[in-house]
Design a protein around this ligand. Sequence first.
Ligand code: GLV
Length: 338
Amino acid sequence: MTEQNNSNSSNEESQNNNNLPKVFLHVPPKFSFVLPPNPSHNFHILNPGGLPSLHQFIAADPHHASSIAAIVCSNVYPVTADLLQLLPSLRLIFTPTAGTDHVDLSECRRREIQVAGIGNLFSEDVADMAVGLLIDVSRKISAADRFLRTQLQPSSWDFPLGSKLTGKKIGIVGMGKIGSEVAKRLEAFSCKISYNSRNKKSSISHPFYSSVLELATNTNVLILCCALNDETRHIVNKQVMLALGKGGIIVNVGRGGLIDENELLRCLIDGEIGGAGLDVFENEPHVPKELFSLDNVVLSPHAAVLTSESFNGISKVVEENLKAFFSNKPLITPAMLV
Ligand SMILES: O=CC(=O)O
């Protein structure tokens, strides 16, 4: 990923692009690489350096607000109904993320604002991370690393037993592209896969459970890969964790709000479940500090998508969607407006 200061080129461009639809990059500076200005674009990028924020931009010159036709926004900046109200000409939101829970989708639907996401660009990375977290929790890799690094007496290797992954019963919550990539990987470990999803999928032969509670009752591991919305918030609650049981492991690569985090903490501390691998948290960037002292928990700072290979692919997806949209063609990677 590269950062750049494009203020000069942006000034020059703005002389020539006054009639093109305006796209605001509502992203932190580290994301400014997503759309370097390009004379062949049929849109004009405002704020290519990712500075200032949209609010500062509008405050500095309120006239801009009515000219913005599209925004590119990451999940660091929630797109709320209040924000949307400031942008009367907005017709498109592009988010370079798999999840769209930071965008008020029902308000977008009401206002007929189209929303595009990153499509499947990150699916393999997220699946890799899910399996990595599961192996780490089961086989205590991070705990073993800490054990050796902090060991005072090199002679006493008294390390606890882990839990075998091969042959485990795995419950995948959300059988979209990420869920099916997770299944593919865990089939290679001879795991018995079952899943819960909004609907049973005719293309998937693994057993389907219509509730997460049933899935937890019949499996040793839950891997959360689904989107966060009103239906899935706290889909993993105390009852589900108790059904998973004392040896059970939860891996979350979806969104923190899928789990009732207070109950998760209590279940981990009381030994009601066996462990957790967490890439996401309910109130990011806050991570409950009680988790830090638990050796059966592996933590990751919402990093499942962070591979240089996939980040290099972001620009192309953004660019193709904007080009299509401003040529009145269908979006390449539309997000579902639930
Ligand atoms: O979590 C990251 C994403 O939704 O892409």
